[in-house]
Design a binder for this molecule. Structure first.
Ligand code: DGJ
Length: 731
C-alpha cells in the first residue's frame, strides 16, 4: 500500500510534468541568452551570460533561483506587458481597440533559422490570450563576434486601431549581485563623456527628447559591468546601443532582488502610436555584445561586427581630406577655393571638402542666419557653379566633396517663404530657433522627395562629386506637423515618422548611389548610431578637435565604433605641436582643417610625410583590432594599438597628456596585446618631426611574447609627448 505522502508526491510530480516547458537558447560562440516558458506559459529570460557546454543544462537554470515573491515571476519576463499583474517598468503598454488598457502575453511558438554559417535568427511569438495582439520577438546573432541584435514586431489583429503607448525594442534580465552602468553623456564640444555609477534599487533612465540631433546631451550607448566597475581586460561586461536616430529611452531597473532589468526602445514621450487593424509596427534594434574579458574584448567584437556587417563599406577604403570650415568659415570665393585645392594636393590628401556657405542667393549663406534650404550655388561666391569647382579640383589632382544640411531651413530663405507648411512649428505659437533655424517635416513625403532631390540633384549635375558631409544642427522645438494634421494622423506620430522619413530618404539615396562616401555630422557629434551607419561611411564625433581632449573623446567612442568610422581632423585647436595633433588624428580617419599656407616649412614637410606614413599603416588602423593599452583616465600617458588580422603588423600610439612635472615620462614599458607570442617583430618609430631622431634603437627585434609580457617603453616625455611605433613581423 502506498502512503498518503507517496501518493501526494506522485501527484505533485505529475502536475510538474504535465506542462511542457519550452527552453529557447540563443547562443553565440561564447555566450547565451536563454528564454523559457513557465507552467502558465509566460516567457522569461532565465540566463544571460557564459554559454554552457551542454545545451540540455539550460532548462535547469531557472530552478536554481529562489525569489519568493508573488510578483517575482514577472520580473524576468522576456517582454513585460503593462496593465495586468506586472508592477515593474513595462516593455509594452497598449490601449486596445475597445479602450481596454490591459495586456497579457503568453508564449505561442518559436522558430530558429540559420541564414548563413555565422548568423542565426530566432523569432518568438507571444500573444494576448484575450485580445488579438501578437508580439514577435526577434533575436539575430553573429556567432563569431558574439553580437546580438534584438527587435520586436507588434501586430494588431483586432477589429479596430490599437494605441501603442510604449513599445520597447528589448527587455533584458541580468541576474547578478551588483551592476555598474557607464553611460556616455555630453553637450556640444563635450560629447561622449563617460559616467560610471553603481546601480541601486529603482530606475536609472537614459533618454533623449530632442527629436533630431538626439545625442546632443546623451547617447543611447551603454556599458554594464557585472559585480565590479568596468575593467579593460577582465570581468563580465555588456556593451550596447539602441540603434535609433531619434528620441530614445533606456531604463535600467534594479529589482528588490538586485537583478537588473533593461528596457530599451523609442522614447514613449509624446509618441503614442496608433496602429491600424491588420498592421504591424517594427521597432528599432537594440544591439549588444557580452564579454567576460572586460571592455577590450567587448569593443573589439562590436568594432569587428560593425566593419563586417553594419557600416556602409565598413571593410573598404576611405578618403583623407582637407576641409575648409575652420580655415575660411563662410568667407570664400572661387579663387580662394582654387588655392585650397592646390594646398590639398600639396599636403597629400585625397580630397577637398567644401563646407557650409556655398549656397543661397536671395538670402546668401554668409553666416548661419540665412540661406538654409536654398541649395543653389551662390552666384557671387561661385559664379561658375559647383561643376567648375569639381573640375578645378580634378585639375589640381584632388577629389571634391561638399557639405549639406538638407533637413533644415532658415526662416530667411526662399524655401521657408514657399513652403511654410513643410516646417515643424506650432501654428499658434511664436517660432523658436536653434542656431537660427527650424527643422523640416520629414514625416511629409513631399519633404522626403525634396531632401532626396538635393542629393540626387548634386550627383546628377556633378557625377564626379566624391563625398557628402550631411550635417544636422538643430533640435526639434514646438513639435507639430501640418502634414500629419492634414492627413488626420495623430501628432504623436511625429517623432517616429520623422526618423522613419529620414531612413526612407537614405534608402533611396543608397539605392541610387550605393557607394559614395558620406559623413554623418550633427553640430559636432549629435548623431552617430548603427542605424544611420548603414547609410554613412563615417561620422563626425565632435567639433572639439583639441588634441588632448580628442585622446579622451576617441577613447570613449572606440568602445562602440571602429576607427574607420571616426573622422578625426587636424585643426589649430590646442597648444600642442602639429606632430601631436596629426598623431592623435591618425588613430581614426585622418583629415585636416587648417590653413596649409600658415604651416612652417618643417610643419608642412612633417604633415606630408605623416600622410605618406598613414597610407602605409591605415589598413591596420581601419581594419585591424584595437587594443586600449593605457587609459588616459588612469595614467599621465595614454596608449592605443591596432593589430592586423594576420598579426604581422601593428601600430602603437602613445601620448603624454599632462603637464605635471612628476608624471612626465614613461618610466615603465607598456605591454602590447593581440600579437602572436612566437612571432618576432621589428619596431620602428615613425612620424618623426623633421630634424629629430628617435631615442629608440631603429628596427630592434622583439618576440611577441616579450612585447606582450614585458612591453616596450616608447620613451614618451615632455620633449617627446607623442610617439608612434610601427611593428612589423621580422623575417
Ligand atoms: C557644424 C559642424 O560640426 C561643423 O563641422 C561645420 O560643418 C558647421 N556645422 C557648419 O555650419
Amino acid at each position: 500500500m502506498k502512503s498518503i505522502y507517496q501518493i501526494a508526491a506522485a501527484l505533485l510530480l505529475l502536475s510538474l510534468k504535465s506542462y511542457a516547458q519550452t527552453t529557447i537558447p540563443i547562443e553565440t560562440a561564447n555566450y547565451a541568452l536563454v528564454l523559457q516558458t513557465d507552467k502558465n506559459n509566460y516567457l522569461s529570460m532565465v540566463h544571460f551570460g557564459k554559454k554552457l557546454s551542454q545545451t540540455a543544462d539550460y532548462k535547469d537554470i531557472a530552478g536554481s533561483f529562489k525569489f519568493p515573491d508573488d510578483n517575482s515571476g514577472i520580473y524576468n519576463n522576456a517582454y513585460t506587458p503593462a496593465g495586468t499583474w506586472n508592477l515593474s517598468e513595462p516593455a509594452i503598454q497598449v490601449t486596445h481597440a475597445d479602450g481596454n488598457p490591459s495586456l497579457d502575453l503568453k508564449y505561442l511558438s518559436h522558430q530558429t533559422v540559420k541564414p548563413d554559417a555565422n548568423t542565426t535568427l530566432t523569432t518568438v511569438q507571444v500573444q494576448d490570450p484575450v485580445y488579438k495582439l501578437t508580439v514577435t520577438l526577434f533575436y539575430k546573432t553573429w556567432n563569431q563576434e558574439n553580437v546580438i541584435e534584438q527587435w520586436v514586431e507588434i501586430t494588431n489583429q483586432e477589429k479596430g486601431p490599437v494605441v501603442l503607448q510604449k513599445y520597447a525594442s528589448a527587455n533584458l534580465f541580468l541576474s547578478n549581485k551588483d551592476f555598474y552602468l557607464t553611460s556616455f553623456q555630453g553637450e556640444y564640444l563635450k560629447e561622449m563623456q563617460p559616467q560610471e555609477e553603481k546601480l541601486t534599487q529603482g530606475i536609472r533612465t537614459l533618454d533623449s527628447k530632442l527629436g533630431t540631433r538626439a545625442m546632443l546631451l546623451g547617447t543611447p550607448n551603454f556599458m554594464v559591468s557585472f559585480g565590479q566597475p568596468a575593467q579593460e581586460t577582465n570581468g563580465m561586461v555588456l556593451l550596447g546601443q539602441l540603434a535609433w536616430s531619434g528620441n530614445y529611452k533606456l531604463d535600467f531597473e534594479v529589482d528588490s532582488y538586485k537583478n537588473l532589468r533593461l528596457i530599451a526602445g523609442i522614447n514613449p514621450y509624446a509618441s503614442a502610436y496608433t496602429l491600424a487593424a491588420g498592421k504591424t509596427f517594427k521597432t528599432p534594434s537594440l544591439l549588444y555584445t557580452l564579454s567576460d574579458n572586460g571592455t577590450g574584448q567587448a569593443s573589439r567584437q562590436l568594432q569587428r561586427w560593425a566593419r563586417k556587417y553594419r557600416v556602409l563599406d565598413g571593410e573598404g577604403d576611405r578618403l583623407t581630406l582637407l576641409n575648409n570650415w575652420e580655415a575660411t568659415y563662410f568667407d570664400f570665393d572661387e579663387p580662394k577655393l582654387s588655392g585650397l585645392f592646390t594646398d590639398a594636393k600639396n599636403l597629400g590628401v585625397d580630397m577637398f571638402l567644401l563646407d557650409d556657405g556655398w549656397f543661397g542667393n536671395k538670402y546668401p549663406r554668409n553666416n548661419d542666419k540665412a540661406g538654409l534650404g536654398d541649395w543653389q550655388e551662390n552666384v557671387k561666391k561661385l559664379p561658375h557653379g559647383l561643376g567648375y569647382l569639381v573640375k578645378e579640383a580634378k585639375t589640381a589632382g584632388v577629389k571634391f566633396g561638399i557639405w549639406i544640411e538638407p533637413e533644415m531651413v532658415n526662416p530667411k530663405s526662399e524655401l521657408y517663404e514657399k513652403h511654410p507648411d513643410w516646417v515643424i512649428r506650432q501654428p499658434e505659437r511664436p517660432e523658436k530657433y536653434y542656431r537660427n533655424q527650424l527643422v523640416l517635416d520629414l514625416a511629409n513625403p513631399q519633404v522626403q522627395d525634396f531632401v532626396f532631390g538635393i542629393v540626387d540633384g548634386l550627383f546628377t549635375k556633378n557625377p564626379e562629386l566624391a563625398f557628402i558631409k550631411w550635417d544636422c544642427n538643430a533640435v526639434i522645438y514646438n513639435a507639430y506637423s501640418a502634414w500629419l494634421n492634414k492627413n488626420k494622423l495623430p501628432q504623436s506620430h511625429l517623432y517616429v515618422e520623422y526618423v522613419n522619413g529620414l531612413y526612407s530618404v537614405l534608402q533611396r539615396i543608397r539605392a541610387k548611389y550605393p557607394k559614395v562616401p558620406m559623413m554623418l555630422c550633427s553640430g559636432g557629434g549629435g548623431r552617430g548610431d548603427y542605424e544611420l551607419l548603414k547609410y554613412f561611411t563615417e561620422f563626425w564625433p565632435s567639433d572639439d578637435t583639441e588634441p588632448i581632449e580628442r585622446i579622451f573623446l576617441q577613447w570613449n567612442y572606440s568602445y562602440f565604433f571602429p576607427s574607420i568610422t571616426t573622422d578625426c581632423h587636424v585643426t589649430d585647436w590646442g597648444k600642442q605641436p602639429i606632430k601631436f595633433r596629426v598623431d592623435v588624428a591618425s588613430m581614426g580617419k585622418l583629415g585636416f582643417d587648417i590653413v596649409v599656407g600658415h604651416l612652417t616649412p618643417n610643419d608642412l614637410a612633417f604633415c606630408q610625410q605623416a600622410l605618406k606614413n598613414y597610407t602605409g599603416f591605415k589598413d591596420v588602423v581601419w581594419h585591424g583590432d584595437q587594443y586600449r593599452l593605457a587609459s588616459p583616465y588612469e595614467n599621465p600617458v595614454a596608449s592605443v594599438a591596432y593589430v592586423s588580422d594576420d598579426k604581422n603588423s601593428a601600430i602603437m600610439f602613445t601620448y603624454l597628456h599632462t603637464n605635471r612635472v612628476m608624471q612626465s615620462a614613461t618610466e615603465r614599458p607598456i605591454k602590447l596585446a593581440g600579437l602572436e607570442a612566437n612571432k618576432r617583430y621589428s619596431v620602428k618609430e615613425i612620424n618623426l618631426y623633421p630634424g629629430t631622431k628617435s631615442t629608440l634603437e631603429e628596427g630592434k627585434v622583439y618576440s611577441g611574447s616579450f612585447l606582450m609580457n614585458v612591453g616596450i617603453n616608447p620613451d614618451v616625455n615632455s620633449r617627446r609627448a607623442s610617439v608612434v611605433l610601427q611593428l612589423t613581423k621580422a623575417e
